[in-house]
Ligand binder design. Structure first.
Ligand SMILES: [Zn+2]
Ligand SMILES: [Zn+2]
Length: 262
């Protein structure tokens, strides 16, 4: 498929998605209330062409894009999750608002990601950096179970100790298994606080990306941005998630939901 045909397909899919969303309670879908330039809209259109959960509302403002939802992923979660104190907890919804720049800006200076929310997933849940609340324990390397109930599930996700803010610490297989295509670059699975999109592990030829920088990112074409964009990859090897932003961020973490309780 040539690029023009690809763009037409992408935009058609986007329009259909929004039309479907606007027919229910009116709260879903995109409210483009700004008077931005065509270039500004192009970024939002491309980002939102991903398979975002139907119950995520998106508002495109003059300088920002604001997402809101209930924080509960649109894939199955376990009935319970193990906690460090050997008790277990179930997942609860968490009202969430997540704001990114309307157009992300690359920065030569990197900013460390904080504990707490660093990105929003297309599932409606959020991304954390690799670490648990002590700032050094790598969640994926610290998995354990209590009577068969795991700390992290097969999606590399779990809630906070309160049951709120279900989050991923690495490749969210429940998402990538649905959106990725063999032999192709991964499809968008969310966006980080600096506005740059995030992907599963696969680079342009469909194998694991190998030219990532210190923030697990690189510049290049993706299915949603065929002309190329800076973007992050979540990887199956350490550091699994993203430890720094290469874009300008007002607030390096905690975009929605409380910080980790443990
Ligand atoms: Zn965690
Ligand atoms: Zn890539």
């Amino acid at each position: 498929m040539n690029r023009l045909a690809y763009l037409i397909v992408t935009l058609s899919a986007f329009t259909l998605t929004q039309a479907a969303c606007s027919s229910d309670d009116g709260a879903d879908g995109v409210d483009d209330s700004s008077n931005g330039t065509e270039g500004d809209s192009a970024f939002a259109d491309a980002l939102l062409s991903g398979m975002w959960a139907d119950d995520i509302s998106v508002s495109i403002e003059t300088d920002t894009i604001v997402f809101s939802g209930d924080g509960y992923p649109n894939h199955d979660v376990l009935e319970a999750y193990a906690l460090m104190d050997q008790s277990t907890i179930d997942v609860t919804a968490t009202d969430t608002t997540f704001t990114i720049p309307r157009v992300p800006e690359y920065s030569e200076t990197v900013t460390d990601t904080s504990l707490g929310t660093i990105g929003l997933a297309i599932s409606g849940a959020v991304y954390f950096n690799p670490y648990e609340g002590d700032g050094t324990s790598v969640a994926i390397d610290s998995n354990f179970d209590v009577g068969g109930i795991p700390f992290l599930d097969a999606c590399n996700g779990h809630p906070l100790g309160t049951g709120s803010t279900y989050h991923y610490h690495g490749v969210p297989y429940c998402i990538t298994d649905v959106v990725d295509t063999d032999g192709a670059h991964s499809s968008v699975i969310g966006v980080l606080l600096d506005g740059f999109p995030v992907y599963g592990p696969n680079g342009e030829d469909g194998s694991a990306a190998t030219d990532l920088d210190e923030c697990s990112g690189h510049d290049g074409p993706t299915p949603e941005f065929p002309d190329g964009i800076y973007h992050y990859h979540l990887m199956e090897t350490s550091p699994y998630s993203v430890t720094c932003y290469h874009g300008v961020v007002d607030d390096a973490g905690g975009g929605m939901g409380p910080p980790p309780g443990e």
